[in-house]
Design a protein around this ligand. Structure first.
Ligand code: C5P
Length: 239
């Protein structure tokens, strides 16, 4: 496999073409953004840690029957992925109130939700990723009813798997965001699963181990991501 020219550059990753029509290289940058790119910093090593964490998580999900775009980790910052057509709908699953849910509905951060909640957002920085309901998704043609149904089902399955995955390393999975793509007529999980895209709280102390440390200027961002990775490796390296 040969890496070719840049196809697309996002806020945290660059996608490169390869000599195969079906495969891309995803390069994880150190760039860290929040508030639709309004806040931006380069955090040394973040890309390496996120590539490593996302690799372990995609492998874990694949092992448990979830289809993803992940093929293999090529280098510290690079992952080989299946080329897919990204659906512009971010699927958020929440177990505990936090972030935009707490602000929108006036529910204090940390309040457990009585069942997992799935929310949909239109992936569009200029519009600040507005929350949408399924009818918007169908009306705008972003996904069919069947596709959104599959995305929702997979998102809830991923939630059950990841709740257990993190619980084993004393971390509470508060919420996370998934992106999906179409690949050979199938819906597969795409993008990344990292502390940039999840809220992860230490179960004992409540310490925040995710991107909220960056959003809220709490410091020790990469150190916290490294702590998540250290716990993952201690528990899952030999599995
Ligand atoms: O901001 P909000 O509370 O809606 O975020 C819910 C979850 O989705 C958080 O874990 C956040 O990190 C993630 N998210 C993301 N990318 C976005 C919006 C939210 O990874 N564009």
């Amino acid at each position: 496999m040969e890496k070719r020219e840049k196809l697309y550059e996002g806020k945290a990753k660059v996608l490169y073409k390869t000599d195969s029509d079906n495969l891309l290289v995803a390069y994880f940058k150190d760039d860290t953004t929040a508030f639709d790119g309004a806040k931006k910093e380069v955090l040394e090593d973040k890309g390496v840690i996120n590539c490593a964490i996302s690799t372990v998580i995609f492998e874990y999900l694949e092992k448990h029957g979830i289809k993803t775009h992940f093929v293999e980790r090529l280098s510290p910052r690079e992952m080989l992925v299946k080329k897919c057509e990204i659906i512009p709908v971010e699927v958020v699953v929440r177990n505990v109130a936090a972030g935009s849910f707490s602000r929108r509905y006036g529910v204090p951060e940390g309040t457990p939700l009585k069942e997992p909640l799935v929310e949909y957002f239109y992936k569009n920085d200029e519009l600040h990723d507005p929350m949408v309901c399924p009818n918007h998704v169908y009306l705008f043609g972003w996904a069919t009813r069947e596709e959104l149904g599959q995305m929702t089902k997979i998102a809830l399955e991923v939630n059950e798997l990841l709740k257990k995955f993190f619980d084993e390393i004393d971390i509470q999975l508060v919420d996370f965001k998934l992106e999906f793509g179409r690949c050979n007529g199938e819906i597969i999980l795409a993008d990344e699963i990292t502390p940039d895209s999840c809220r992860l709280w230490d179960k004992s102390s409540g310490e925040v181990l995710d991107k909220d440390r960056f959003r809220k200027d709490m410091g020790k961002v990469v150190e916290s991501y490294k702590e998540v990775y250290r716990r993952i490796m201690d528990r899952y390296e030999k599995v």
